[in-house]
Design a binder for this molecule. Structure first.
Ligand code: AMP
Ligand code: GLY
Length: 427
């Protein structure tokens, strides 16, 4: 099978690595990819938002399966575009319709969906310039801290957690005034939930069944002890000690099943990954957010543990009738630990073009690329904030982490930074 994967991050490098191991793979294309995916398939230099280029690449390369790694093309409607294009209608698409992608593309839509289908989530109020006073009243009725979320996609920056009521009111006004452009023309105000988070992933078949993937936890803050600014993710661990059988039973019954059934009941076509960003509040799971793709850097740890053929799984999800029944994907019993190496200064401003050396000396870990490229002289250089993900398996969380950190020490680029405490809050 020929597969086209859209995206260019560490998540896509991990998906490409796993797809590349599939028995049924003939050719893998990644658009636009990075220096790491270039070793796993053929990079194609166009943006996933350029749907005509996607169509042309599918036709020229006899692509039979399209895997959409990142949310932007899904929210822009790539799945519907491919299915409605007469020359592409045979292509298996892993990624939801534009309507389904609203679970991530609009927090207001996601909250209304959860309310309608009885899925546990924080209480909320959606506010626009028209009902600002109601927004203030809702804030006044909450206890600190106050949670404000831009409705639309805001590149991971649209969530503010504020300790002071007056500041929260001022921020609400600024957001509605365009702080995040059109994304914050509607703001979702939420009750603050206190607990520990984890990321649950399923591959949904659009026929009422799903495959449950290994659970992971990511570390979003730049500083040790979960301090400092939010980032795209500084590391991940799988499995997650508190996501035990009892907790996962609740997740399946209260969250996954009603989501999958709710999509069907609402006539929303959704064949693809669903990412449930969950918070464990005294043993009970609540949904913090939905994403319509895999997580980054959770995918790196999840794919390291999946003990099944990814193309075979995705083929079964996309075939008529789907999986036939829901099941848990086979996973290695090992722990996986991913440590992200970033450019110095990230998530603030940072330099690009630093030469990366030492990857060939890595032993016993996989190095997934994120912000990397080959420069004009063919040197491997940094081209983004999150540069590399070093992923290892081990018999324990600590063994996996020790392996990743030992290999981080073998890789060099000027200014490189990583958090030293990934997994600190897990057993
Ligand atoms: P989101 O982009 O919705 O995942 O939000 C980013 C981060 O903000 C989450 O990973 C949580 O750590 C935090 N957060 C979002 N909503 C809430 C909430 N209702 N209560 C507590 N923390 C939250
Ligand atoms: N790791 C969180 C995300 O991918 O959104």
């Amino acid at each position: 099978m020929n597969v086209l994967l859209l995206g260019s991050g560490g998540r896509e490098c991990a998906l490409a690595w796993k797809i590349n191991q599939s028995e049924s793979l003939d050719n893998l294309y990644i658009a636009p990819g990075n220096a790491g995916t270039a070793a796993l398939g053929t990079n194609l230099p166009f943006s996933p938002l350029n749907f005509d280029a996607v169509a042309q690449a599918i036709i020229e390369n006899n692509v039979e399966m399209l895997v959409v790694g990142n949310e932007d093309p899904l929210v822009a409607g790539i799945a519907d575009y491919v299915k409605s294009h007469s020359a592409l209608s045979h292509v298996k698409v892993v990624g939801p319709s534009q309507a389904g992608a609203q679970l991530e593309g609009s927090k207001d839509f996601a909250k209304a969906f959860m309310m309608k289908h009885g899925i546990p989530t924080a209480q909320y109020k959606s506010v626009t310039a028209e009902n600002l006073e109601e927004g203030f009243a809702f804030l006044e009725a909450q206890k600190a801290p106050y949670v404000l979320k831009a409705d639309g996609l805001a590149a991971g920056k649209g969530v503010l957690i504020i300790d002071n009521l007056d500041e929260a009111k001022a921020e609400l006004r600024e957001m509605l005034d365009g702080k995040f452009g059109k994304s914050s023309a509607t703001v979702v105000i939420e009750q603050f939930l206190k607990g520990i988070e984890c990321s649950v992933f399923v591959l949904n078949d659009d026929c009422g069944n799903y495959a449950l993937l290994p659970v992971a936890k990511d570390y979003k803050r730049v500083g040790e002890g979960d301090t400092g600014l939010n980032t795209g993710g500084m590391g991940s661990i799988s499995p997650v000690s508190f996501a035990d059988a009892e907790f996962m039973d609740k997740v399946v019954t209260r969250i996954i099943r009603p989501t999958v059934d709710g999509l069907k009941a609402d006539g929303i076509s959704y064949c693809g990954f669903i990412f449930f960003g969950l918070i464990n509040v005294e043993g009970d799971p609540y949904v913090i957010e939905y994403n319509v793709r895999m997580g980054d850097p959770e995918t790196q740890s999840v794919m390291a543990r999946v003990d099944d053929d990814l193309i075979a799984l995705m083929s079964r999800a996309t075939q008529p009738g789907g999986f036939g029944q829901s099941f848990t994907v086979k996973a290695l019993p090992s722990y996986a630990a991913t440590v992200i190496m970033t450019a110095g200064g990230y998530p603030g401003s940072y330099a690009k073009g630093m030469e990366i050396v030492g990857i060939e000396g890595v032993e016993g870990s996989v190095v997934f690329h994120a912000g990397t490229k080959f420069d004009d002289q063919g040197r491997l250089v940094t081209s983004g904030g999150r540069v590399l993900a070093v992923t290892s398996l081990g018999e324990s969380k600590d063994a996996a982490l020790a392996q990743s950190y030992a290999n981080v020490a073998r890789i060099h680029f000027d200014g490189s930074y990583c958090r030293r405490d990934i997994g600190f809050d897990l057993k």
